[in-house]
Design a protein around this ligand. Structure first.
Ligand SMILES: [Zn+2]
Length: 473
């Protein structure tokens, strides 16, 4: 919260009234789709993405989309993706919208409500996926259906792909579609709604981001093994102690600070809107060479820290096999988010240097059950220009909906499906419409929720934004 710009602007009344009001039937449709998606469990463990794809396909069919423009397919029965096309006049090349249907695991006992029930309470919708990202999925589906019902013909085809396995599993839907159904998803650019980009405080929107760069996701396993023995006769070497020391060294290690074109543009914008010490620190960061004390102060903010450098953090731990035995094995999973331009190989070497203990093996992990010494061949986010048509459309609609709020180009700290489309040579931008308070980011967490009004404002945003970006009738 403290990092948000304090904005002082005179209310410009004539600008604030420009956006069209949502009618009740559009809201009801989006609400019903949202509820339906939340209540279809799409976790990797016991859920089924195909059920969600089929439910959405049925809605498109009922809205009059021809069978030829609806595709369902994937590598197995549980992980089928949906692709739907709204035809435009072909004046411009198609735009592809992507959203993942799968959600992170959620345990009933951790939550106040059932994570797979859509619960409206105290002005919020609760359920797994309400922030990440069934809210945006529901909005995109409802918007496509609304366009169809209105007979809207955009200047370009609008393709929507709802996909599997962004959060987990081995059947990433975007990757699969690019490899197996490229003709269906080929586009001039991709808009991915999988991020929180509209930031509010107490429901009041203060900032809109457009994500034009992403970090690379990579997991590593730290492993220490030993012959073990009886716990009544301890010996000096113990995998649990060894691993613990390695993790403490990792905790203390900081990757170097680095700015890219996108993050530099981000901080240049920030320098104008921030005040006091923070504004001074940002100027210190941007100066050549950077002011180290300013960089250190900025790095205490978790978001700035993740923006300025590669981060690696311990996320899982497992050791020992019996209460009365010396451990034979201790392992930890370390999750890294690597700055664009750096590789998984390089990051592994840095981890090994930071840990500085040859007894701790560092392996690549391609999923939770599979580690190796060869780097997984996964794509990286290709640096790309910030398209002015994308930025201008977001600015135009933001100005109507949230007058005076800055629109800021950023880098995403968590890698998304955009790495696949970007690596396939299709420029990819993250744009979303649902506002979330910075202090209420509950993605992947318990009691995930989204404000009822934020959801409907997001619906309005997408309708206006796509009309602006995809062209007029
Ligand atoms: Zn997501």
């Amino acid at each position: 919260m403290k990092r948000l710009p304090l904005l002082f602007f005179a209310p410009i009344v004539f600008l604030a009234t420009a956006s069209a009001q949502l009618d009740d039937s559009s809201k009801e449709l989006a609400h019903d789709i949202f509820k339906q998606l939340i209540e279809i469990n799409t976790t990797d463990s016991v859920g089924n993405v195909t059920t969600a794809s089929e439910a959405m396909a049925r809605r498109f069919r009922d809205a009059g989309f021809p069978e030829n423009d609806i595709y369902i397919g994937g590598p197995n029965d549980r992980k089928k993706n949906l692709v739907v096309r709204l035809h435009g006049s072909a004046k411009l090349k198609p735009v592809l919208l992507i959203g993942h249907l799968d959600v992170v695991e959620a345990r009933r006992e951790d939550w106040t409500t059932d994570p797979f029930q859509f619960v409206e309470k105290d002005g919020y919708f609760y359920g797994r996926g309400t922030q990440d990202m069934k809210d945006e999925d529901a909005i995109m589906v409802a918007t496509m259906i609304r366009f169809k019902e209105e007979g809207f013909v955009p200047d370009r085809d609008v393709i929507l792909a709802l996909t599997a396995d962004e959060e987990g599993g081995n059947s990433n839907g975007v990757d699969w579609l690019l490899k197996n159904k490229r003709d269906l998803v080929n586009a001039e650019l991709v808009l991915n709604a999988d991020d929180l980009t509209v930031w509010s405080e107490h429901g009041k929107v203060l900032e809109v981001d457009v994500v034009a760069s992403e970090k690379i996701y990579s997991d590593y396993e730290l492993l220490v093994t030993d012959s073990g023995g009886h716990s009544s006769i301890p010996k000096p070497q113990n995998p649990i102690y060894e691993l613990s020391q390695a993790l403490i060294r990792l905790q203390q290690y900081k990757f170097p600070v680095e700015l890219s074109d996108v993050t530099r543009a981000y901080y240049e914008q920030r320098a104008q809107s921030e005040t006091g010490q923070r504004a001074a620190d940002i100027r210190g960061l941007l100066s050549n060479p950077p002011d180290q004390a300013a960089v250190d102060r900025l790095s205490r903010d978790v978001i700035d820290n993740a923006t300025l450098r590669t981060t690696c953090v311990a996320t899982r731990l497992n050791a020992g096999h019996a209460n009365n035995a010396l451990p034979q094995r201790a392992e930890a999973i370390v999750n890294c988010r690597i700055l664009p331009g750096h590789t998984k190989v390089e990051t592994r070497e840095t981890l090994m240097r930071a840990i500085a203990d040859p007894a701790v093996a560092v392996h690549y992990v391609s999923n939770a059950f599979n580690s190796s010494d060869t780097p997984p061949s996964t794509p990286v986010f290709t640096p790309q220009p910030l398209r002015s048509d994308v930025l201008d459309s977001v600015k135009k609609v933001s100005q109507q909906m949230w007058p005076g709020v800055p629109v800021i180009p950023t880098m995403a700290e968590g890698a998304s499906d955009g790495i696949y489309t970007s690596a396939a040579g299709i420029p990819t931008y993250l744009v979303a419409g649902v506002g979330i308070d910075r202090s209420d980011d509950r993605e992947h967490g318990r009691d995930e929720r989204v404000g009822v009004q934020s959801f409907y404002r997001g619906l309005e945003f997408w309708y206006q934004f796509l009309k602006t970006f995809a062209g007029r009738e």
